[in-house]
Design a protein around this ligand. Sequence first.
Ligand SMILES: [Ca+2]
Ligand SMILES: [Ca+2]
Length: 409
Amino acid sequence: MVDTEEIQVSFPCENSGEDQTKIPSEVQDEIGDTQNNCTKRPGSRWQAISIAILMVLFCGVTGILFTQISKSQSVTAELQHMAEEILTASNITKQLQVENSQLKQLLNSTYRNFTLLRSEYGQVKLLVNATLYNFALLSAEKTQLSMLLKNTLQENTQLQVGNKELNMLLNATEEDCNLVEEENRQLNLLLNDSLHITTLASAENKRLRQLFINEQQISMHLEADNRKQRSILFSDNLSFLWRFCNESTLRCTRCPPGWVEHASRCFFLSRESQKWEAARRVCLGMGGDLAVVGNSEDQAFLTNLTFQFAREHPQENFHSAWIGLQDMVKEGDHLWVTGDRTKSTVTYWKHLEPNNAIASWDKDRAGQDCVAIVPPGRLEQEDWLNSWDDIVCGGKRHYLCETMALTLS
Ligand SMILES: [Ca+2]
Ligand SMILES: [Ca+2]
């Protein structure tokens, strides 16, 4: 460093404007005094000029020096600054070295940790794979468990329903059980009563068995008697009975089937036509004979019978029905099959009958000797009861049979 006070003593001359600003005021005053002194010494102008030149040179050199010094100072400052920076850099380098060392240690540590981590990573990877495998197994197991849970829930629901039904059934069963117990108690009572009754019944049974044996013996005797009586009953002598009675049930009616009862007599109007004598044989074969009119009731009954038959069987072309009256032996002497002659009060000839007319086909010209009932056109007509007509016996007519009604006690 250059001392400012030294510069003021060595160079007290004028200077350029720029330099003057840098020279202190005391120095400038000094320089002015010097110039004045020079002016006062007229003989030394050259000296003064020399001095001035020297001064100028001095000032120039000084300025250069000053400039160099300034530069030197600047460089020095820069060097100092650089030294400081170097120092700082050195410190930083040291710090960096320390840090580098630390970093190396840290790097080594990190490497070791990395190695460990890589090893752990491998293990973790294996563990993850194992975990994934286990996870897959667990997922499958979870699915199975879910299905199992769903099935279990359904079964649980069904079991609950079944349990509810079983509870209801159990309750019903308990009620039934109570009823059965009650019934069992009553049955026990009844059983005791029954045992008592059975004991009594056993004695009664023994008595009844003896009675049964006795009745069986009686029945055997009766059955023998019955067989004997049945043989008598079914003999030819009593064969007429079976026209009135059923052989299986032994039930009898007053008239045979198809016959009509009137005045304790049974009458039958045939569905077929026969000559008079053949008709009588048929009636005799049925245990009877041709019908006989004994009074007006008989006449009314038989005439009505023919009237009803003709009305109910229009397809039969019914003309008349033989009765048991004829005059074959002597003309005009009419006899019943019983041998009785007609009574004048019990004759019911149609108008203009008997006329003993000779039919054109009657080759023997025997005339009309057999009597039949001709049904009236209407029952309300005045002479409807007079229905007798003598007809040729060889003509075929329906016929009226009669027999006695069976007297049932
Ligand atoms: Ca006649
Ligand atoms: Ca006639």
